[in-house]
Unconditional design. Structure first.
Length: 135
């Protein structure tokens, strides 16, 4: 199970991973982030307000404010529900294509692609169901 970190600074090290030093220089960190994302064209007043707002948000965070609300089992279940809904649409499209080919409206290649999509959706549902059950 994931354990929440003790305290993570918002400064990024040269390797791209968070630096674990506890620092109070939030303004420098925020300015670094703003420059990293290319927001150099902000006017002085807007930039100052943005920095003050971000500084207040970061200063109010405590190490215990970080909670993990989405577990791997919940994420697997959410993916399963979404894939079931998508598979219902794919199977409905396949059934529509079967009736259309029976009437001679579409080619067999369209039916083949529709079958491949429906089969891929069904196999993803089976995989996500098995993954959800093992968690």
């Amino acid at each position: 199970m994931l354990r929440p970190p003790d305290r993570i600074s918002h400064r990024i090290s040269a390797q791209g991973s968070p630096d674990r030093r506890d620092t109070t220089d939030y303004t420098l960190q925020i300015e670094t982030r703003i420059l990293q994302f290319g927001i150099r064209t902000l006017s002085g007043n807007i930039r100052t307000r943005l920095l003050q707002h971000c500084k207040a948000i970061l200063a109010d965070r405590s190490p215990s404010a970080y909670t993990v609300s989405m577990t791997l089992k919940n994420a697997a279940f959410l993916a399963l529900v979404g894939m079931i809904l998508a598979t219902i649409l794919l199977v409905a499209g396949f059934i529509r294509d079967v009736s259309a080919i029976a009437q001679g409206l579409i080619t067999a290649m369209t039916l083949l692609t529709s079958f491949i999509r429906a089969f891929a959706g069904l196999s993803m549902v089976v995989f996500l169901y098995a993954f959800h059950k093992t968690q």
